[in-house]
Write a protein that binds this ligand. Structure first.
Ligand code: FES
Length: 259
C-alpha cells in the first residue's frame, strides 16, 4: 500500500452541525497509487511535532475529485486534535499522510447486484465516496443512515443513491429509532456499513440471519496509520489484523462473529 506525506492547502472549512465540520483541501498528486479510494483514510496534522497532541488524527476520505483537485474530509470535533483541525481556515496548510488502509473494492461490490450502504452518525463520512464509486461502476446503492437528532451531509448523496432512508434516535427526522429498524438485508445482495460498533454488529446480525454478505469499516485509535506500531490490532476469525493496513474494511463475519 502506497502512502505519501505532503503539505496541502485548505480551500474550505464548513460547519454542518454543532460539532461536525467539512474540510476541503487541494490535492493534485497525479500518481494513480495515491488516488484515494472509498474507505481509505489519511493521517492529518496541522500542528508541529513539538506540540500536542503527539499523534496525527486518522480521518476517512469523504470525497475525492481528481478533476477539481480536491480532497474532502467530514469529521467530528471531539478532542484537541480535531479542535486544531477545526481552527484551520482557507489559505492555511496541514500535513497529510496517506491514503492509508485497504478501502472498499467498489468494482466487486457493484458486481454483486443490489447493494445497501448503512451508516451511523459520523460513520457516514466515508460513505459518500463509496456511493459515488458504486454509481460510477453502474450500481445505485440504497442508503440507510441513522443519526441521534438532525441528519447532516445527506444532500451530497442524492445524485448517487437509488433511495435514502433516515432514522433518528429522537424521532426529529424519518424513522424514530435505530437504523437497523428500517434495514431489510433480504432485499439486497450485499450490505456495506460504517458507524458505531454496536450499530455495525446489529447490521451484521440482520445480514447473517438473511444470509447476505456484509462488509464493515472499523474505527480504532491509531498511532502510525501505516501498519508499523501494531497499536490498532484487532482480533479476527483469521487471526490478529491491523485496522490501519489490513482494514479498515473487513468481512463483518470475521470481526463480529468471534468464538
Ligand atoms: Fe500503527 Fe495501525 S496505527 S499499526
Amino acid at each position: 500500500m502506497s502512502a505519501t506525506n505532503c503539505k496541502v492547502g485548505v480551500l474550505a472549512q464548513e460547519t454542518l452541525a454543532a460539532d461536525i465540520r467539512r474540510l476541503t483541501v487541494a490535492w493534485t498528486d497525479p500518481r494513480p497509487e495515491y488516488r484515494p479510494r472509498a474507505g481509505q483514510f489519511f493521517m492529518l496534522r496541522s500542528w508541529s511535532a513539538a506540540e500536542t497532541p503527539v499523534l496525527s488524527r486518522p480521518i476517512s476520505v469523504h470525497d475525492a475529485d481528481a478533476e477539481a483537485g480536491t480532497l474532502t474530509f467530514l469529521y467530528q470535533v471531539k478532542g484537541e486534535g480535531t479542535q486544531k483541525l477545526a481552527a484551520l481556515r482557507p489559505g492555511d496548510t496541514l500535513s497529510l499522510t496517506g491514503p492509508c488502509g485497504n478501502g472498499f473494492d467498489t468494482a466487486a461490490a457493484a458486481a454483486a447486484g443490489r447493494v445497501a450502504v448503512v451508516g451511523g452518525g459520523i460513520g457516514v463520512a466515508p460513505l459518500l465516496l463509496l456511493c459515488k464509486e458504486l454509481a460510477a461502476a453502474g450500481c445505485r446503492p440504497e442508503l440507510y443512515v441513522g443519526f441521534r437528532d438532525e441528519p447532516y451531509a445527506l444532500e451530497a448523496f442524492l445524485p448517487y443513491c437509488g433511495a435514502i432512508s433516515v432514522a433518528t434516535d429522537s424521532g426529529a427526522v424519518g424513522y424514530h429509532g435505530l437504523v437497523t429498524g428500517i434495514l431489510h438485508p433480504e432485499n439486497f445482495d450485499l450490505v456495506l456499513t460504517c458507524g458505531p460498533n454496536v450499530m455495525m454488529q446489529g447490521v451484521y446480525r440482520l445480514c447473517a440471519a438473511a444470509g447476505v454478505p456484509c462488509l464493515a469499516s472499523l474505527e480504532r485509535r491509531m498511532a502510525c496509520g501505516l501498519g508499523a506500531c501494531l497499536g490498532c490490532t484487532c482480533h479476527t476469525k483469521v487471526g490478529p489484523r491491523t485496522v490501519c493496513q489490513d482494514g479498515p474494511v473487513f468481512k463483518a463475519e470475521e470481526v463480529f462473529d468471534l468464538a
